[in-house]
Write a protein that binds this ligand. Structure first.
Ligand code: HPA
Length: 280
């Protein structure tokens, strides 16, 4: 047994007794979007800091808590906070909790994030369903010894964000009168925001939005055969599109406003989603 697989299992074995029921869905909430945790019934909260082999959090205090609970009657595991590559974590540390959640039983993963809009018809505050991604960071969470128990050495990346799941998101949104965008998400390592020239490059390459998370988790999930639904919050127009200076405070302010929409949308999606059975 490889060492990483052993660590994943030690972590899962530690968490297992805390969970009244195996979780069906994993959810990762991005910057300023952690309020979903308040909607969970029967919550069991486990700080990242006590979970074996979860990386120690940085002082910037993205609060890290794993919360088991019922959302619309379905058992979910919610990560309030995540590990970012720009904080100095290795990509295997970034994706470790996703692998543990799979080991605990999740059948699919919902990712949220805050990101910048590149497509000029998009506006701050819009939510965008990610249809596909561009990984321009030059690394991949699967680099290194493969974990065969997780998935193959060379995983297919043709449908990381399955259309059937995206359709569930659009039908939930329609039902709630929420308008959703869709597009290609480019992963940028950060922590520097992009330059205007980099945004022009990303647009030329086909990106509609850019952000500093999500792609590593999606790649690791897809490696394990988990379908991923990723909904990005466009908190700002990307650098150079408008003259306004880009700050983290502004990103958090818009994310907090958009959170109200997520709090309506995600439960409705969870209530509808069957994971894997959509295409049957
Ligand atoms: N670029 C990269 N990451 C981001 C942005 C952005 O404009 N906004 C929020 N996260």
């Amino acid at each position: 047994m490889g060492n990483e697989w052993k660590l994943i299992n030690e972590s899962a074995n530690y968490l297992h007794p805390f969970l009244p029921e195996p979780p069906m869905v994993g959810i990762v909430t991005g910057s300023g979007l952690g309020g979903l945790a308040k909607l969970l019934d029967d919550p069991v909260r486990i700080p990242f800091s006590v979970i074996p082999h979860f990386a120690p959090l940085t002082t910037e205090g993205h609060s890290g808590t794993l919360i088991w609970g019922h959302l619309k009657g379905k058992p979910v595991l919610l990560m309030q906070g995540r590990y970012h590559y720009y904080e100095g974590f290795s990509l295997s540390q970034v994706v470790f909790p996703i692998r543990v959640m799979k080991q605990l039983g999740i059948k699919g993963l919902i990712l949220t994030n805050a990101c910048g809009a590149i497509r000029e018809t998009f506006s701050p505050g819009d939510l965008m369903v990610i249809t596909d991604h561009l990984n321009l960071v030059g690394t991949d969470p699967l680099i290194g010894e493969n974990i065969p128990e997780c998935g193959p050495r060379f995983p297919d990346a043709g449908s990381i964000y399955p259309e059937a799941l995206r359709k569930v998101a659009f039908s939930a949104a329609e039902q709630l009168g929420i308008s959703l965008r869709q597009g290609i998400f480019a992963w940028w390592s950060g922590p520097s925001y992009e330059t205007p020239a980099e945004i022009r490059m990303l647009r030329t390459l086909g990106a509609d939005a850019v952000g500093m998370s999500t792609v590593p988790e999606a790649l690791a999930a897809s490696h394990m055969g988990l379908p991923v639904l990723a909904i990005a919050c466009l908190t700002n127009m990307a650098t150079g599109i408008r003259s306004q200076k880009l700050t983290h405070e502004e990103v958090l302010r818009i994310a907090a406003e958009a959170e109200k929409t997520y709090l309506r949308l995600i439960p409705e999606i969870v209530s509808k989603v069957l994971f894997g059975k959509e295409t049957e």
